[in-house]
Structures are given as C-alpha cells and as structure tokens.
Design a protein around this ligand. Structure first.
Ligand code: NAD
Ligand code: TYD
Length: 354
C-alpha cells in the first residue's frame, strides 16, 4: 500500500540504512527525511540516492512544532518512522541535557504533531517509535529481555529513551494514536558513526591507535546487523498490532573483548599490516570503566518471530565480515565524519583514561 513516510533522523546510522531499504524495496512509498544534521547525521551518507524521485530531505529539528505542523499538512504524512535521537551512552554521561531535549521533548513534539494532524482520520496511519533494549536495564548472567520486562533504565540515554517510550504508549492509550514501538539490541553495519564500539575499533585499528576496552571487557551486548533491524521495522509498520511493542534482536551475545579481538584478527587478514609488524591485538588497551556500565543485554525476540514471522537473516560472522569490508572500502566516509569536533571529543574521552 502506498505511504508517505516521515523518517526522522534519516541521516544517522540506522536511518540511512532504513531510507535506502525503503527506496529499494517499497517503490510506492514516498520518503521524507527530517534530520537536524547533528555531529551524528551526514548528508553524504545518502548522496547517491538524494535525487531519487520518492525521496526528499528537510533539515530541521523534531523539537520545532511549527516545522512539524507544516510538514504533516503539506506532505500529508501518514506514517512516521522515528529514529531521531541522541544515541551515545558516553555522551549522555558527560552531557545529558541534549538527550532530554531531543529524546524526550522532541518525541513529545512529534507525537503532538501526529495527534493534531491525524485527529479523526488516523485510519491506516502508523507512528513507529524506534527504541532500545537499554530501557530494560542490565541483566545478570542469565535471562532475556521480553516485552513484559519491567523498565529499569540506568544511564541518562536509556532513561531518556524509556521516557519517550512511555510517552508514545500513553498517546496510544489516551488519544488512540496508532503507535507501535520496537526495542532493539545493539546494531552494527555500514554508516555507523565511529564513536560506537565496532566502528571505533575498526578506525583505530586501521590507524594503529590504541583500542580502548572499558573495564574487564566482559560486558555483553547482543548484536544485530542493521539491515535485519530495518527489515524488522518495515514488518512492524506493515503488520504490527497497534499499541504493542516488539523486541528485535539477533541472538548474538558476545563479550566486548571477544568482539574487539575478532575485529583485530579480521583487520590483520584484510588490511595492510601495522608498520610495527605486531598483530592488532597488541593495540588493545583496558581503560577505566564507563560509569554505571550495564553488564549484559540479551533480547528474547520470540514475539516478533511468532507474531510477525520475522527472523534475522545475517549471522554475526557474515555481518561482521561485511562491516569490516565496508569500513575498509569507505575510509573517506570515516575520515570526513570524524572532523575537528570529534577529534576534540575523543581527546576528552580517552585523553586521561588509557
Ligand atoms: P545516530 O546517533 O547514528 O543518528 C541519530 C540521527 O538523529 C542523526 O542523523 C542526527 O542528526 C539526528 N538527530 C539528532 N537530534 C535530532 C533532532 N533534534 N531533530 C532531528 N534530527 C535529529 O543514531 P542511530 O544509531 O541511527 O539510532 C537511531 C535510533 O535507534 C535512535 O532512536 C536510537 O535510540 C535507536 N537505537 C539504536 C541502536 C543502535 O545500536 N545504534 C539500538 C537500539 C535502538
Ligand atoms: P557502544 O557501542 O557505545 O553501545 P552501548 O553502550 O549502547 O551498548 O558500546 C558497546 C559496548 O562496548 C559497551 O559495553 C561499552 C563498550 N565500549 C568499549 O569497551 N570501548 C569503547 O571505546 C566503546 C565506545 C564502547
């Protein structure tokens, strides 16, 4: 069915992959990408599709109610795929204010805009709010997050996302807004900003720089290839039950140290050797732990498998090899997004931690 989709944050990591998927696989959907172009958003990530007839870009802030009202009215938006957020836990620890503004106030502003515009005519409309498994807190050695797990966010980032989930759910129950929520585990793949673990390790490993592993490296994340995540979101938009949430995960629990060592080995195989002749594992540097560092995340994705027949297609081994190949082939992209402001951030983060 034809749709007009407002993708917020479409110039960020997952948004870029999602926009590309829609333009490829949903040819009767019009895609309007609204992005503020923060440090994490890059227009060049979509340069090759920017003149696609179904695609348009609007630079703007999801906190701007007037802009949202105009967009909903003029573009007759019937579907929202809401990715825009401040997304990095470490930044939320050093500067939480932006997280409250974009993730909480921004989501509220977007919900209000959809409510006003769809009032009395929301049949067929969908508001898909993209969230994280981090809202559920931290697991011990066993167990999984299900859709029934109580919220227990522990970082300013996850608290802001939990808050936005609650608002989205409240708009369904109170106003009947056609809301759907997805809570996803850690994504990896092309176009991820190199402040997150996997692209940061690849970027540093290529340049022979130290590879910072927080604490003992034993924290566990449950990795999902970004393409699989984007396909799940389309499935939830098309077939999800209104008012419900779906956990999306890849069944790939790995310790951080395992991931870092694997990336070192893949770089040694695929890239030029270090000038020192040392294997890249020699660059691993255990640094001071993240404050309040969640120990383990693991998703039970049984509901989305059973109800919506979605399963991840890409194994961790396939996905990580594709990711390494992409970063090796796209060094210009990494160089251009890690500009001066990132260099300063990196220095502040790690300057005194190694
Ligand atoms: P990202 O940080 O790579 O991209 C965020 C995008 O949002 C950027 O393009 C940025 O410019 C834009 N943005 C930020 N503030 C904005 C504002 N006020 N108005 C308009 N645009 C704004 O994030 P990502 O990794 O692509 O994550 C996308 C969504 O998925 C987020 O909501 C995040 O919480 C969620 N999520 C991410 C992961 C993950 O592993 N990356 C896992 C689960 C859920
Ligand atoms: P990250 O990619 O920031 O995602 P999240 O915090 O949302 O899970 O971090 C993934 C894991 O890797 C997390 O346990 C923190 C750890 N980590 C490091 O050990 N070193 C790093 O340089 C970074 C960025 C993260």
């Amino acid at each position: 069915m034809a749709k007009t989709v407002l993708v917020t944050g479409g110039c960020g990591f997952i948004g870029v992959n999602f926009v590309r998927l829609l333009l490829r696989e949903r040819q009767d959907w019009r895609v309007i990408n609204l992005d503020k172009l923060t440090y994490a958003g890059n227009l060049q990530s979509l340069a090759d599709v920017s003149s696609h007839p179904n695609y348009s870009f609007v630079k703007g802030d999801i906190c701007d109610a007037a802009l949202l009202a105009t967009l909903f009215r003029e573009q007759q938006i019937d579907t929202v795929a809401h990715f825009a957020a401040e997304s990095h836990v470490d930044r939320s620890i050093t500067g939480p204010a932006e997280f409250i503004q974009t993730n909480v106030v921004g989501t509220f502003t977007l919900l209000e805009a959809a409510k006003k515009h769809w009032s009395g005519k929301s049949e067929g409309c969908r508001f898909l709010h993209v969230s994280t498994d981090e809202v559920f807190g931290s697991l011990g050695a066993t167990g999984f997050f299900t859709e029934e797990t109580a919220y227990d966010p522990r970082s300013p980032y996850s608290a802001s996302k939990a808050s936005s989930d609650h608002l989205a759910r409240a708009y369904f129950h109170t106003y009947g807004l056609p809301v759907l929520i997805t809570n996803c585990s850690n994504n990896y793949g092309p176009y991820q900003f190199p402040e997150k673990l996997i692209p940061l390790i690849l970027n540093n490993g290529l340049h022979g720089r130290p590879l910072p592993v927080y604490g003992d490296g034993g924290n566990i994340r449950d990795w999902l290839y970004v393409q699989d995540h984007c396909e799940a979101i389309v499935r939830v938009i098309e077939q999800g039950r209104l008012g419900e949430s779906y956990n999306i995960g890849g069944h790939n629990e790995k310790t951080n140290l395992h991931v870092v060592q694997l990336l070192c080995d893949l770089l040694d195989q695929k890239a030029a050797p270090l000038p020192s002749g040392q294997p890249r594992r020699s660059l691993i540097s255990f640094v001071k732990d993240r404050l309040g560092h969640d120990r383990r995340y693991a998703i039970d994705a049984g509901k989305v498998a059973e109800k919506l027949d979605w399963l991840p297609k890409v194994t961790f081994e396939q996905g990580i090899a594709k990711t390494v190949d992409w970063y090796l082939a796209n060094r210009d992209w990494t160089a251009s997004v890690t500009d001066g402001s990132y260099q300063q951030y990196y220095q502040n983060m790690y300057g005194d931690r190694a």
